[in-house]
Design a protein around this ligand. Structure first.
Ligand SMILES: NC(=O)c1ccc[n+]([C@@H]2O[C@H](COP(=O)([O-])OP(=O)(O)OC[C@H]3O[C@@H](n4cnc5c(N)ncnc54)[C@H](OP(=O)(O)O)[C@@H]3O)[C@@H](O)[C@H]2O)c1
Length: 251
């Protein structure tokens, strides 16, 4: 098993890409810690994983990424139950659009607080334990919109661009401790986040032409990349920004 004896925290682990990571990591032997605000989503996922009868390798922790006490609790409860943190998947995020000149200070702050500041704060809390352990893998779920920009989502573009720089910063600063950091940049993926957008058939048909593979992504497409980056198979891979986008950014 590719993640045997490893413990992985997955923020936003109760839905979409985070849930797909939870399934993949658990299947490969990891202890998984699922964090998010909606308790029922976390518990549904935990129940599904538990029903595979692989023992008690799932911990759910309800909390908000923007509350520092909740982040402290996430790290502490993970240590209490599993003693270590080998993998951190910074997946929780927010996507909202508006023309740049109409975005209020509050909306900008909300986007940056969840997509960037909280990731910075949680990574900062997990790094000391990874340093003690002399190893760890941090995987950030960024976006192709951290690599390129599209109109109407300026705050999101900025937040994910900054996340890609945080990724590189961790890679260069902590590589000597055996800690790796990589960012995965999904294209359009079918999740709750994009469900409303995907109802617009004409728009989807237009956008799908920009995906050489000829389809949009599934959460499992992203989880497969995360599994590789979380595992020791990628032990010489750090600081990368990996598009998982069916070729969208190859244009
Ligand atoms: N879907 C796409 O096309 C796409 C493309 C590129 C990048 N991404 C990125 O992929 C990541 C996952 O998104 P998704 O597509 O899987 O959508 P999703 O199902 O809506 O997942 C977002 C997750 O983030 C959690 N979350 C949001 N705010 C939080 C907060 N303040 N505290 C704790 N948890 C919070 C949510 O849980 P609760 O609501 O229960 O807290 C939810 O589980 C995001 O970072 C997103 O930007 C998605």
């Amino acid at each position: 098993m590719r993640l045997a004896n490893k413990t992985a925290i997955i923020t936003g682990g109760g839905s979409g890409i985070g849930q797909a990571c939870a399934r993949a990591f658990h299947r490969e032997g990891a202890n998984v810690v699922l964090f998010g605000r909606r308790k029922h989503k976390l518990e549904e996922t935990a129940q599904e994983l538990g029903s595979q009868k692989l023992g008690s390798r799932v911990l759910t922790i309800q909390g908000d990424m923007t509350q520092s006490d909740d982040l402290d609790r996430l790290v502490q409860e993970t240590r209490n139950k599993f003693q270590r943190i080998d993998v951190l998947v910074n997946n929780a995020g927010l996507f909202k659009g508006a023309p740049l000149h109409e975005i209020s200070d509050e909306q900008y702050d909300e986007m940056m607080d969840i997509n960037m500041k909280a990731v910075f704060q949680l990574s900062r809390r997990v790094l000391p334990l990874m340093m003690e352990q002399k190893g760890g893998s941090i995987v950030h779920i960024s976006s192709i919109l951290g690599m390129i920009a599209v109109p109407g989502v300026a705050a999101y573009n900025v937040s994910k661009g900054a996340l890609n720089q945080l990724n590189r910063s961790i890679a260069v600063e902590y590589g000597s401790y055996g800690i790796r950091s990589n960012a995965v940049c999904p294209g359009l993926i079918e999740t709750d986040m994009t469900a409303d957008l995907m109802k617009d058939e004409a728009l989807m048909q237009e956008w799908s032409r920009d995906y050489p593979i000829g389809r949009f992504g599934k959460p499992e497409d992203v989880a497969s990349a995360c599994l590789f980056l979380a595992s020791d198979e990628s032990s010489f891979v750090t600081g990368t920004v990996l598009p998982v986008d069916g070729g969208f950014t190859a244009h």
